[in-house]
Design a binder for this molecule. Structure first.
Ligand SMILES: *Cc1c(COP(=O)(O)O)cnc(C)c1O
Length: 485
C-alpha cells in the first residue's frame, strides 16, 4: 500500500485529462464573467472586499475547483477592475494581446525558471534573442545585452546599481556619500527609492529643472554637472525619462547624452512608458539619442500590451552587467561555461515572461504593436482638443504620449475649490463604477489624469469620460449649494 498522498492534481502525463478540464473550466469561467462586465469597476469599497476575503477560512478547502472558482469570483473577480473597458483610463494598464495569454499557458505549466540553462534550455535563448532584438531596436551595437525583469522599478534599480558600482570601481574608499544621481523632477519615484536601497544619501537624487513642456532642461543639467565637479561630488548617473508617467514627456535624449558624454557620466534612459515607440513607425524618431544611453528600461507590460510582468533592462555594453554577476557553487560555479541568465539578474528563480513577448511578435509582429501605440497617442491628442473646447475643463499641458492631465474648473471657480473637487470627482466616478481616472499634482495644484492605453477605445468613449467628469463636477457643486450649473 502506498503512503503517498493522492497526486491526481499534479501536472503530469498521468493527469492530462484533469489538466485540460481544469483549464477549460477556468477559461469558460473567465469568459462568462467578462461577457457580463458592463463597466470598468463595481465601486466596491476596501471594507467590503476586505471582509469578503478575510471571511474565507483557509484551513477548510471547498474541495473542488468549480466551487473554488465560484468563491474566487465573490472575493475577487466580481469586483475586479477591467482594463479592456473603454472607460478605464487611470493608470498604465493596457488590455493584453491574445498570443501573450496563450503563452501564459506554457509559462505556468512548463514552469521553466530562467536562472540557469539546465532549468530553461531553449528559454534562455528565447529571452536572449528578444533582448538582442530590443537592443537592435534601440540602436545598440552587437556588444549590448540585458535581461528581463519584473518591471520598470526593478529595471531602474538594477541600472542604478550598475551605475553605482561602475562609479565606485577603482575609486578610493569612502566615495559612496559623494555620489549623486540627476533626474528631472518628473522622473519616476523608483529612481529615489533605488537610490535609498543602494545606500546613497537621503538627498543623493538632484532634481534637474524642467522646461515649459516638462522636459529636462539641458542647460540646467550642464550647470548642475559642472557645479558637482566644483564641490568634489560625483555624478554617478543621469536618468533621462522617455515618457514621464504623468505627462509622457520625453527628455531631449540626444542633448542629455551629449552632456553625459562630455564627462563620461552614466546615462540611464527610463523608457518604461515610451519604450513602445521603439516599434512605432510614426513616433520612433522621438527617441533619437536613446542609442547613446548606457542602460535603458523598457516595460513591455505597458505600451507593448503584455500581461504583468514583462520588462527589461538593456545595456549598451554587456561588460557593464558584471556588477550583477555572482557565482554559487550549487547553481552556476565559475568553471561552468553554460549560459546562465542568473548572472545578469537580481532575481534567481524567475518566470519565463519573455515567452509572452515571443508569441506576440511571432503571431502579430512588431508593426501591429507600433500601430496600437500610434492609435493611443492619436486618441490623447484628439481628447486634448475636446478638453480645450470644453467650457468647464482645463488642460494642464498638451499630451506628449497618451496621458491627458486636466481638471474641472468652470469659469469663476477658484483654484482652491477646483483642487478640492478633484478627489471627490474621482471617488464618485469609482463609486458608481462608471469610469476610472487617475489624479496627480501640477505645480502644487490637484489635477485629474487620463492614461489612454486601449487601442480599441474610440474618441467618443474618451469624450464620454471627459463629459462625465464635467457632469459630476457640476453635480458635486450643486450638492454643496455653492454653484448652479
Ligand atoms: C511605470 C513606470 C515605472 C515603473 O515600472 P513598474 O513596471 O511599474 O515597476 C518606471 N518609470 C516610469 C517612467 C514609469 O512610467
Amino acid at each position: 500500500m502506498s503512503l503517498a498522498p493522492r497526486s491526481d492534481h499534479l501536472f503530469s502525463p498521468d493527469n492530462l485529462d484533469g489538466y485540460v478540464e481544469a483549464m477549460r473550466a477556468s477559461v469558460d469561467h473567465l469568459a462568462a464573467t467578462v461577457r457580463g462586465v458592463d463597466g470598468p469597476a463595481t465601486g466596491a469599497s476596501p471594507e467590503q472586499v476586505a471582509k469578503l476575503v478575510t471571511d474565507v477560512d483557509l484551513d477548510r478547502p471547498v474541495g473542488d475547483l468549480a466551487a473554488a472558482l465560484d468563491e474566487m469570483s465573490r472575493v475577487y473577480l466580481d469586483d475586479a477592475v477591467w482594463f479592456h473597458e473603454p472607460a478605464y483610463a487611470a493608470h498604465l494598464n493596457p488590455p493584453v494581446v491574445l498570443p501573450a495569454l496563450a503563452a501564459e499557458v506554457f509559462v505556468s505549466a512548463v514552469n521553466s525558471s530562467l536562472d540557469t540553462f539546465d532549468q530553461s534550455v531553449g528559454g534562455t535563448f528565447v529571452e536572449r534573442h528578444l533582448v538582442d532584438w530590443t537592443c537592435a531596436r534601440i540602436g545598440f551595437g552587437p556588444g549590448s545585452d540585458g535581461v528581463f525583469t519584473s518591471g520598470g522599478s526593478q529595471s531602474n534599480l538594477q541600472a542604478l546599481h550598475l551605475a553605482r558600482d561602475a562609479a565606485l570601481a577603482g575609486a578610493a574608499d569612502g566615495q559612496l556619500p559623494r555620489l549623486r544621481v540627476l533626474a528631472s523632477a518628473d522622473a519616476h519615484f523608483s529612481v529615489q527609492k533605488s537610490a535609498r536601497l543602494l545606500g546613497l544619501g537621503a538627498d543623493a537624487v538632484l532634481p534637474v529643472p524642467i522646461d515649459a513642456d516638462r522636459r529636462m532642461d539641458v542647460a540646467a543639467l550642464h550647470r548642475l554637472l559642472a557645479g558637482l565637479d566644483e564641490v568634489g561630488l560625483v555624478a554617478m548617473a543621469v536618468v533621462a525619462t522617455a515618457g514621464t508617467t504623468d505627462f509622457g514627456a520625453i527628455d531631449p535624449l540626444d542633448a542629455v547624452a551629449g552632456a553625459c558624454a562630455e564627462r563620461g557620466t552614466w546615462l540611464h534612459v527610463d523608457a518604461a512608458y515610451g519604450g513602445g515607440l521603439l516599434v512605432s513607425a510614426r513616433h520612433r524618431h522621438r527617441l533619437a539619442g536613446i542609442e547613446r544611453a548606457d542602460s535603458v528600461t523598457v516595460d513591455y507590460h505597458k505600451t507593448w500590451f503584455q500581461p504583468v510582468s514583462s520588462s527589461a533592462l538593456l545595456v549598451r555594453d554587456r561588460r557593464l552587467l558584471v556588477h550583477t554577476a555572482w557565482h554559487a557553487d550549487y547553481l552556476n560555479p565559475e568553471a561552468d561555461e553554460r549560459p546562465h541568465q542568473v548572472e545578469k539578474s537580481l532575481q534567481t528563480t524567475r518566470r519565463f515572461d519573455a515567452l509572452k513577448l515571443w508569441l506576440t511578435l511571432r503571431t502579430l509582429g512588431p508593426d501591429l504593436i507600433g500601430e496600437h501605440v500610434d492609435t493611443v497617442v492619436g486618441l490623447a491628442t484628439r481628447s486634448h482638443a475636446h478638453v480645450v473646447a470644453h467650457p468647464d475643463l482645463e488642460a494642464a499641458l498638451a499630451p506628449h504620449l497618451s496621458t491627458l492631465v486636466f481638471r474641472f474648473r468652470p469659469p469663476g471657480l477658484t483654484e482652491d475649490a477646483a483642487d478640492a473637487l478633484v478627489p471627490r470627482i474621482r471617488q464618485t466616478l469609482y463609486d458608481r463604477g462608471q469610469a476610472l481616472v487617475a489624479a496627480t499634482k501640477v505645480d502644487g495644484r490637484e489635477h485629474l489624469k487620463l492614461t489612454l492605453l486601449n487601442p480599441a477605445a474610440t474618441d467618443a468613449d474618451v469624450q464620454g469620460v471627459l463629459d462625465l467628469v464635467g457632469a459630476v463636477g457640476h453635480e458635486l457643486l450643486a450638492g454643496e449649494g455653492r454653484w448652479s450649473a
